[in-house]
Design a protein around this ligand. Sequence first.
Ligand code: NAG
Ligand code: NAG
Ligand code: NAG
Ligand code: NAG
Ligand code: NAG
Ligand code: NAG
Ligand code: NAG
Ligand code: NAG
Ligand code: NAG
Ligand code: NAG
Length: 489
Amino acid sequence: MFPLGLLVLAAQSVSATTAAASNLTAAVGWYASWHEPDVPLSSVLWSKYTHMTYAFACVLLPVYFASLQVTVYRTPTVDPKAISLAESDQELLPQFVAAAHKNVILLQGVKAGLSIGGWGGSQYFSSNLASPTNRTSFVNSVTKLIQKYHLDLVDFDWEYPGMQGIGCNTISDSDTQNLLLMLQELRASPIAANITLTAATAVTPFPTTNTSLIPQIATVLDWIAPMVYDLSWNWTAGSPRIQRALPASPLDDSCYASTPDVTGDGLTGRGSARSAVEAWVAAGIPRSKIALGVPGYGHSFNVNSTSAFLATNATLLTPYPPYDTLNHSVGDKWDSTGGTDMCGKFWGPGGTWNFWALVNAGYLLANGTAAPNVPYQWDACSSTSYLYAANHGVLVSYEDPRSFAAKGAFVRANGLAGFSMWEVGGDPKGVLLEAILSAPTNSSLAVTASASAPTPTSVHGNNGANAQRVNTWTLPLCLLLGGTYWTLN
Ligand SMILES: *[C@@H]1O[C@H](CO)[C@@H](O)[C@H](O)[C@H]1NC(C)=O
Ligand SMILES: *[C@@H]1O[C@H](CO)[C@@H](O)[C@H](O)[C@H]1NC(C)=O
Ligand SMILES: *[C@@H]1O[C@H](CO)[C@@H](O)[C@H](O)[C@H]1NC(C)=O
Ligand SMILES: *[C@@H]1O[C@H](CO)[C@@H](O)[C@H](O)[C@H]1NC(C)=O
Ligand SMILES: *[C@@H]1O[C@H](CO)[C@@H](O)[C@H](O)[C@H]1NC(C)=O
Ligand SMILES: *[C@@H]1O[C@H](CO)[C@@H](O)[C@H](O)[C@H]1NC(C)=O
Ligand SMILES: *[C@@H]1O[C@H](CO)[C@@H](O)[C@H](O)[C@H]1NC(C)=O
Ligand SMILES: *[C@@H]1O[C@H](CO)[C@@H](O)[C@H](O)[C@H]1NC(C)=O
Ligand SMILES: *[C@@H]1O[C@H](CO)[C@@H](O)[C@H](O)[C@H]1NC(C)=O
Ligand SMILES: *[C@@H]1O[C@H](CO)[C@@H](O)[C@H](O)[C@H]1NC(C)=O
């Protein structure tokens, strides 16, 4: 006789799509360790993921304070040997891996991974990979992590090879080449030979004029995850001050990319799922090695009610209204008023609203439908939603089950590996996940990009157009200038 628990699980699975039932190769979630108090491992919907990636391991610089007899690690470091985990992560990561492995689907546990880098953790990626000695040290550090934590997957979240990210990263024209050399060396190690290797990327290909590099990178990586989010925000804020509130995670941006430039800011689209797949496929990444990066959160913009609604019909939201880039409001509880990053630059609030927070605030019903009386609009161009959060005086560009279903249909129509969601905690009940896992294909979403002739991209990437941020201030481990940690080495 089956224990009652199994029967209950079986009953639930009738209405809920598991990752296994979705047939996707990659139904991936990034688990943001610093949100563990709100997102305990026991609350994670493991069955909806094939792979789960822990964020982040940082590259740290040890500084010994003799008077205090304490070693403080500043991050990131120029010492390529020291990919390290904060003390709290050394406790939590083994629990995370164990929990993933315990959740067995089709005879296998959920694959457990670790992400290295991130927006605040990529400062010395370039120099760490820039010489044979440095690459070997880096590779050794990665293989030690694999062994020590029993990892099935390692994700490289270098933001960005050959392009500036946070503002003070080391950067070189050889970054893409050096990334390939490091990955080849890592693959050659017996420890990493059968590990899943992935990379979180910009929506545009790694910059290089050598068209053979990206097809070769495709042979050593299992998949890339182009981060199709944070695209409404020009991070070079303030100049011009007034810009337009564009969709944060558009499936397509071709219609507004050519809308009249009403604010004179020269804005066009900054990329979309479609443009990302077209560009990466043309550069030489097979479709089957792309897991679409999707967000469990949206962006808010301070827009007054006069600007938010059409003058001709006060029940309709203005498409892409102007907003003040120097005046972002604070988003949900996981956002903050801002802070100074390790480059010494002050950033204001991120304005981010996670899916759960839109529900908690009453703007969305639990199933993701806009609550009654909340001004809502589906943007057919980008296949994403907008609502006006009157209590906060903000317009929010966000994801809901409809936009996630469109992304899921796109994933299937283009034969992609699947999706990768930042972050697991954004959608704790799996409302968005269910939509993307169960979406049937939609052949009209197929794109025609072909990899027959890889496209070279200029070595100096267009950072404005590509700079997305995995998140804002909530990177205590990689953004903090100091803290007490243990090193691995
Ligand atoms: C997964 O594949 C099976 C067998 O081909 C098929 O019956 C099922 O509908 C597929 N599931 C999805 C969500 O596409
Ligand atoms: C290699 O790493 C060291 C730090 O350990 C750094 O000083 C050096 O600049 C790096 N090499 C290159 C070519 O960037
Ligand atoms: C990978 O290799 C290790 C060590 O040889 C082995 O224990 C593990 O089962 C392999 N994993 C897969 C998925 O083949
Ligand atoms: C392009 O990259 C390939 C692979 O690393 C290398 O063999 C080749 O020499 C490079 N070509 C040029 C012109 O640098
Ligand atoms: C609303 O915002 C627009 C654009 O920023 C501005 O021109 C207008 O003066 C504002 N209206 C009110 C009533 O604050
Ligand atoms: C305003 O738009 C709504 C929704 O499209 C429509 O039902 C209504 O008739 C419009 N009102 C006016 C005055 O045009
Ligand atoms: C920022 O926006 C808020 C809400 O729209 C507004 O009340 C405030 O006056 C603005 N501040 C500045 C400096 O423009
Ligand atoms: C969401 O829930 C509301 C309230 O229960 C219901 O009226 C609505 O039909 C649901 N929407 C969808 C798409 O299921
Ligand atoms: C398929 O995608 C097209 C293009 O976005 C859209 O117009 C159509 O409604 C979609 N079909 C379904 C069944 O969702
Ligand atoms: C972002 O703003 C900067 C400064 O105004 C501008 O130079 C750049 O072109 C903008 N980037 C995009 C993608 O709109």
